[in-house]
Design a protein around this ligand. Structure first.
Ligand code: ZN
Length: 294
């Protein structure tokens, strides 16, 4: 974790945007940091998704990660970590976190850049497909889960290891709905990786394809979807999302967000910081010293 109070946020290419026919491809572009999500990236993603929504020629959106990994999660220790920086866009109607302290600050920030943005992206009125290779960890899981479909390559692996920080799962707590309660508990209680094949068997991903076929298969699925009328797709997406919410997802997530912040506050009260003194490196080490692999 850096102690530098002035993060490096010069890079405007943390997300790239490309339109190919009816498909917009939004790509996280911090391959040197396994596409760890700092705030500049979440805001750049939001901008790219907005562009795709407003472009009538775009029917389907693909979310990708440049490099070997889709996303290693939230940025908890790269030189570009920017937790103290304010950005214009507000995903949730809440005050800015930078003027606040303690739980007030954490709640405002996570409501904005994690839960609020993820919820907004889930509501994008066009089909979204996550194209996942390599690591899809914690905050990376959140990004794949907000998409309507997930196409994974055979080398993809998933995990939510934040219980190791004493935190009951990532902010966008879709685990019981996308995995089922028992599998959700297993992957949270152990923090262990699960494979693309396992995710397919559990119904969390739509397809598993060889790494070299990942882009072609994802674009083929996007092309198939793009033959449908836009308004029909938007209404159908809303229909399924509404039903998922009637299964309790939205209200469940709201209640768990409170537990999540109880955990952050407890950590801040009794430990070094709200992450229980953990960063990317120590998370990796403690996972390796347990019998699991992360
Ligand atoms: Zn959090």
């Amino acid at each position: 974790m850096t102690t530098d109070t002035k993060p490096q946020i010069a890079d405007t290419e943390v997300v790239t945007y490309e339109v190919r026919g009816p498909v917009a491809i939004v790509t996280m572009n911090r391959p040197d940091y396994r596409n760890a999500q700092n705030s500049v990236m979440t805001y750049a993603l939001d901008r790219a998704f907005t562009d795709a929504v407003e472009d009538d020629s775009v029917k389907v959106i693909v979310l990708a990660g440049n490099g070997k990994h889709f996303s290693a999660g939230h940025d908890i220790g790269t030189p570009g970590r920017d937790v103290d920086v304010t950005y214009e866009n507000k995903a949730a109607l809440w005050w800015d976190h930078v003027r606040k302290t303690g739980s007030d600050q954490r709640f405002a920030r996570e409501m904005e850049v994690y839960l609020g943005m993820c919820r907004r992206w889930r509501e994008i009125p066009k089909p979204t497909i996550a194209m996942v290779q390599g690591a899809c960890i914690a905050g990376g899981l959140m990004l794949s889960w907000v998409c309507d479909a997930i196409v994974a390559s055979e080398d993809a692996f998933f995990s939510d290891p934040v219980v190791r920080m004493g935190i009951p799962g990532v902010e966008y707590f879709a685990h019981p709905w996308v995995l089922g309660p028992r599998r959700a508990k297993e992957i949270l209680f152990t923090g262990q990786r699960f494979s693309a094949e396992q995710a397919l068997e559990w119904g969390m991903v739509n397809r598993v394809v060889p790494r070299e076929r990942l882009e072609a298969e994802t674009l083929a699925l996007a092309d198939q979807m793009s033959s449908m009328p836009s308004f029909g797709l938007a209404l159908t997406k809303k229909a399924v999302n509404q039903c998922e919410d009637l299964m309790g997802m939205r209200s469940g997530m709201d209640s768990v967000f409170g537990l999540h912040h109880l955990a952050h506050s407890h950590n801040a009260e009794v430990d070094k910081d709200s992450l229980g003194g953990m960063d990317a490196k120590s998370m990796k080490q403690s996972a390796a010293s347990s019998n699991g692999k992360v």
